[in-house]
Design a protein around this ligand. Sequence first.
Ligand SMILES: Nc1nc2c(ncn2[C@@H]2O[C@H](COP(=O)(O)OP(=O)(O)OP(=O)(O)O)[C@@H](O)[C@H]2O)c(=O)[nH]1
Length: 847
Amino acid sequence: MAQRVMSPQDVQEAYVQKKDRLVNAIDSTKSILENIRVFNREEWVVRYPQLSDKSDKKRPSGRRSLSFADDPLSETEVVLKQDTTHSISLSTVDENAPSESSEQSLSSDFHVLRLDLKLGINGSTSTSAASLVSQLEKASIANLLDERIANSLAHVDKLRLRVEDTSSKVLVTGDLNAGKSTFVNALLRREVMPVDQQPCTTAFCEVHDAAENDGVEEVHVISEGATYDIKDSSTYTRASLEALEDIVGDHDNDTPQPQRMLKIYLSDTRTPSESLLNNGVVDISLIDAPGLNRDSVKTTAVFARQEEIDVVVFVVSAENHFTLSARDFLTTASKEKAYLFIVVNKFDGIKNKEKCKRLVLQQIKELSPRTYEDSEDLVHFVDSAQALQPFTANPAFDDLESSLRSFVLVKRSKSKLGPVMTYLNNLLCDIELLAGANKIVAEKELEQAKKELEEVKPVLEKMKKGREGLEEKLEGVEEEGVEEAAMKAKTIIAQALDRVGEGKLGVSSLTLPSYPGLLNVLDYAREVRRTLLASLDLAVKQAEDEARVTTSGGVDKIKALAEEYLPVGVERNRRVFMPEAMFSAVRKGNGKDKKSMIKRRHSGQHTTIVAGGLAGLGIGLAQRPELLETTFLDLFDVHHQFSLHFGDHSSKALVKANSDDEETPITALSLLSVGLGTLTMVGGQSFGARGLIEGIVRISDVWSNETAKKWIAPVLGAVTIGGIVYLVLELPNSVPRTVGRRVRAQVLAAAAEKEGEGELEFVDGHVGRIGKETRKVLRLASWDLKSRFNNALEERAGEVKEKEDTEKRAGRAQEWFGEVGEKTRGVRGWLVVDEESGEGELEVLQV
Ligand SMILES: Nc1nc2c(ncn2[C@@H]2O[C@H](COP(=O)(O)OP(=O)(O)OP(=O)(O)O)[C@@H](O)[C@H]2O)c(=O)[nH]1
């Protein structure tokens, strides 16, 4: 207690410092809490940690299992450390680190921010709590936490007001006639309170600095039942200081009166360093309570318990020592409030002062041991009446006064700042725990996001790079396939058509019918025609089959590209390419092929590609009646012979045909020449066209000769008969040729009619159709792959974006919670200095 000589200024300064530190701490805590709320709302759902410290013998001390209210089953082993400032820090367990043995029993639960999440009746077992709590969503827990923080903020606001409130009340009480009023007057250095040898104080007289009442000295008698408000004059009646004696003593002592409350405003002219009321730090008000008697002990005891009473000054007469009621009160009060200041009054009149002191202290020791321990500060032997004498030195009373001032301030920091500090300290602990746990979550999430990004990002990059290549390759496959199919088709069909034109079969798999004899020559011609047409059909079919093979190859290539370009986990096209479904629409008319036509297998997850054919472009020639019609012309093709030799344009109009034939000059047109033309056709091989024409011209010369007219007719007749015979004999060979030529021409004509242009539309039409069909299938397959690829790309991009966002958010949260932890530790640092103070020592204030 060496520091008790500390000057009142020092005490005040220390108090002010402490108060300021506390206010700063409150403000910092508030801002931290507000930031947490904002962060919780805008950036990161703050998780509510649960630390279980199940007594696990194997678990090194300080280790806890960290889980979260919204996810009670995920447990992380953490180390809970408390440093010299009692600051809590959480860190994940480093298995390699040596386990430190910490003897401290660390609190691992929330004090202030605790959420009552245990909904069950016996929610104490972690399993039942876990199962109940797991039903709570992360967000709703965060909301609960937010609410809790909001409440706590409101409370902190109240605490701040309390800390900043500089008013402090000193209750003066004691036995009847102990000299309480005299003591109060001595403190005020004025005779304000009525003093009488008879017990006179019947009201609680609260003395304030007149500054609080605009400098006016007066008495406010608080109306019964009203809550005093200096600004509301209806709650009290005014009276002058002079009337005080009347008010206080204005009744008969025999009838108990309800305790009245008075406010007395006094100006204290002394300097703040001398004045108790106007001390510049706290607005102390003195309350002169009625003397303790049977009726008022309780009232006074209740009064003493009130929060705003910082110090209880107990006045006891040195002459009487402690009466029964005094003992009663002291016992109660010392239990309630450990801070009692005892004034042993009327000491001047005591003869054996040492004995008196000894006896009084002995009694105090019994009644309030803690007061006894600090008796040098807390027990004063004075004479108040003496102190009131002007111009008299009274060191004992001066010492009392100085002690009382310090005591008021120290007790004040105990009673007002202490609880605030404790609350704040607990709150800061909670924030540290919250920040520490959330930092760990953020770290984990960050790691997870990083790990996932490491997997997803390269895939995305590869896809991005591969995108153009894939498109190019797909285009290549399509073009190549179409080109190949078209080329093959062209070769096959054109060759077949040329062969048919020469009277040969378009494909080798068929055989021409054998010649049945002259009588059935027309049937023969019809049969030849049909076979030739069928061979053309087959050629087209062959071309289609080739296209199927080509397309199939293309589809396989696209599949290979899918394997190459689509990342793992993306669903491949599960459709199965069915080559027979290509060109299927054309086949519709063909009963035989119906089965192989369009097979849609709904079984399983396979669906067939249905490639529609191009209807009507010449396939199924052998079924077309207009082409099957066999006429005389199939036996003797007059038009052909005519155009062969004279190349007439009009004949060309009739038979849009063979442009390979060499152009011949146009001469006169006659039936004869047609006939001769027929001949020419028959003997085509041996005579040669030009020779024959020359012959005809020579014959025409003979025609004009008169003598020749006589023999020419029979000669001509014989030649004609011979020719006919020859023609008939030649029929088995000539029919296929004639029919073939006609068929080729007709087919070309029919196709051309359809197309309305160009002569080679039969071949080109089929080639175009086959190419188109091939393209259709390949395009569908590449489109599928492309869309799969693009979807996958988009998905990966989205995933990467999401992961990157998570990474950013978690990174920020980790940093942020780290900062909060640091800040919180800093704020706690300010408090700890104060917290370490002992019980009621003045030295605390010497920080
Ligand atoms: N000699 C001496 N007399 C004192 C002292 N203090 C008070 N007295 C006398 O004791 C009597 C009672 O004093 P009060 O101050 O009225 O006592 P109180 O405790 O306020 O009385 P109640 O309020 O009625 O209980 C008065 O006659 C005072 O003059 C003191 O220090 N020395």
